[in-house]
Design a protein around this ligand. Structure first.
Ligand code: ADP
Ligand code: MG
Length: 220
C-alpha cells in the first residue's frame, strides 16, 4: 500500500484477564475512507482509542506518519491528539454551554493565533458541513444530525492527518445517519480527509473504500 498514514503491528490490549484486542495489524492509506465493522463488544472502540493515542497498548506498535506512538510520553501524545488527529463520537461530545462556533474553535485555544483567524476558520468549516445558519446556536437547540456536523467541523479544525469516527451515526435516525455518512464521503473526496470509521451499521459498509471486520478482538 502506498502512502500509508497510519499503521499498527501486532497490537494487543487486555483489560485484566480479558483479551480485547488480539494481535491486530493494519494499514490505512492517506486519503482513504476505511470502515471497521463488528458486533457490539468486539473491540472496535478500544482499537480506535489505541490508534488515536487515547490509550496505550500492551503489545505491538502504532505508527502515525511513520512515528511510533509507544515511544511518546503523555505530553507528546497529547500534542498528537490535538494537532494530528481528530475524533468524532457517537454521543457528539459537544460542550453544552458553548455555541456551535465556539465548540468548533475550542481545540484552537492552546495554539497561539489571532482570534479573528480562528473564528474565520471555524466559520468556514461550519459552512462546509452545511451549518452556516447555526453558528450561534447552543447544542441543545440543534438536531442530532446538526450536532454531529458541529463535531465533524471541530474534528477538522486543526487540519488532522486522520479523523477517527466511532459509530458517528449510532445516535441518529436512519435519514440523519445517511446524511452524516454522505458528509463524511464528501469531505473524504473533496477535501481528501482520511477517515477511519467504526460502525456496526451494515448499510454503511458498501459505501466505504475498504472494510475490515473484527470479531472478539481479531481481524476476520
Ligand atoms: P465495541 O466498541 O466493539 O462495542 P469495545 O472496544 O467498547 O467494543 O469493548 C470490547 C470489550 O472490552 C468489551 O467486552 C468491553 O466490555 C471491554 N472493555 C472496554 N473498555 C473497557 C475498560 N475500560 N475496562 C474493562 N473492560 C473494557
Ligand atoms: Mg464501541
Amino acid at each position: 500500500m502506498s502512502n500509508v498514514i497510519l499503521s499498527c503491528e501486532g497490537l494487543t490490549k487486555r483489560y485484566e484477564n480479558l483479551l480485547v484486542i488480539d494481535n491486530i495489524s493494519l494499514n490505512c492509506a492517506q486519503g482513504e475512507l476505511l470502515a471497521i465493522g463488528g458486533q457490539s463488544g468486539s473491540g472496535k472502540s478500544t482499537l480506535l482509542s489505541l490508534l488515536g493515542g487515547l490509550e496505550y497498548s500492551d503489545e505491538g506498535e502504532i505508527y502515525l506518519e511513520g512515528q511510533p506512538l509507544s515511544k511518546m510520553n503523555e505530553d507528546e501524545l497529547a500534542l498528537l491528539r490535538r494537532e494530528k488527529v481528530g475524533f468524532v463520537f457517537q454521543s457528539f461530545n459537544l460542550i453544552p454551554t458553548l455555541t456551535a462556533l465556539e465548540n468548533v474553535e475550542f481545540p484552537l485555544f492552546p495554539i497561539k493565533s489571532a482570534k479573528k483567524d480562528m473564528e474565520e476558520r471555524a466559520k468556514k468549516l461550519l459552512e462546509v458541513v452545511g451549518l452556516k445558519d447555526r453558528l450561534h446556536h447552543l447544542p441543545a437547540k440543534l438536531s442530532g444530525g446538526e450536532k454531529q456536523r458541529v463535531a465533524i467541523a471541530r474534528a477538522l479544525i486543526n487540519n488532522p492527518k486522520i479523523v477517527f469516527a466511532d459509530e458517528p451515526t449510532g445516535n441518529l435516525d436512519s435519514a440523519a445517519g445517511e446524511e452524516i455518512f454522505q458528509l463524511i464521503k464528501r469531505l473524504n473526496h473533496e477535501m481528501s480527509v482520511t477517515f477511519l470509521l467504526v460502525t456496526h451499521d451494515e448499510n454503511l459498509f458498501d459505501k466505504a473504500d475498504r472494510i475490515i471486520r473484527i470479531k472478539d478482538g481479531r481481524l476476520v
